[in-house]
Design a protein around this ligand. Structure first.
Ligand code: GTP
Ligand code: MG
Length: 217
């Protein structure tokens, strides 16, 4: 039963695909890195964020979407993004690169500070239209992810799962992780019913995601 509720996001139709292409071909600028809620820019436009465990590929996905290799800092060192980074897509949207959760190697006080900020942000940003929750396709949804999903449920923020790094797995593994995610999402009222499968490396799913972001109001 549950697996009927969730589907893979279909490829975008021509019109939203074109809207997405145009939006992301336009100017993209780094606005600021925020370390406290008071530093958030005015909530004056549609905002989407990219949340996920440390190293899942949030910054890489933003770079792939915008076609700019080094806009968001991506790295091999987990926990690299330690601020809430705001990027403006033209004048109409903010893309928000969040610090990763579930990263335990940094000093405890530092981790506690940025995890608290992450939670405040996810629960309290009025203009946040959708939280993309990135899940590494090699690992599926883990306990730390489920915790964030519960927070999003409580905050009534619609979230959409984006599987990352699918270039690293084979067909059978892909099907298995999709089934695992579908099952896990059934427990979450705030889950958007379509899962997006992506590879920032190969470009899979990027057009679809651009179209989704372009058509949010
Ligand atoms: N093969 C492959 N590697 C990827 C992909 N996306 C990201 N990576 C790699 O995964 C590592 C982490 O990527 P980041 O984009 O920095 O991850 P992040 O989620 O922003 O990490 P934090 O900011 O530390 O939370 C980097 O070495 C990337 O090159 C992908 O689609 N395919
Ligand atoms: Mg990052």
């Amino acid at each position: 039963m549950t697996s009927l509720t969730f589907t893979l996001a279909p490829e975008a139709e021509e019109e939203p695909r074109e809207a997405g292409r145009l939006l992301f071909a336009g100017p993209v600028t780094f606005v600021k890195g925020v370390v406290a809620m008071a530093g958030l820019p005015p909530a004056d436009r549609v905002e989407v964020c990219f949340a996920g465990r440390s190293n899942v590929g949030k910054s890489s996905l933003i770079n792939a979407l915008t076609g700019r290799k080094t806009l968001a800092r991506a790295s091999n060192t987990p926990g690299r993004t330690q601020e809430i980074n705001y990027f403006a897509l033209g004048e109409s949207r903010y893309l928000v690169d969040l610090p990763g959760y579930g990263y335990a190697e940094a000093p405890v006080a530092v981790v506690a500070k940025w995890q608290a900020l992450l939670k405040q942000y996810l629960a309290g940003r009025q203009t946040l239209r959708r939280a993309f929750v990135l899940i590494d396709s090699r690992h599926g949804i883990k306990a730390v992810d489920a915790e964030i999903l519960k927070l999003l449920d409580r905050s009534a923020v619609t979230f959409q799962v984006v599987l990352t790094k699918v270039d690293k797995i084979n067909r059978a593994e892909r099907e298995a992780v999709i089934e695992q995610v579908k099952g896990a999402l059934a427990k979450h009222p705030a889950a958007y019913p379509e899962i997006v499968v992506t590879s920032s490396e190969k470009g899979e799913g990027i057009e679809t995601l651009r179209a989704i972001i372009a058509t949010l109001e």
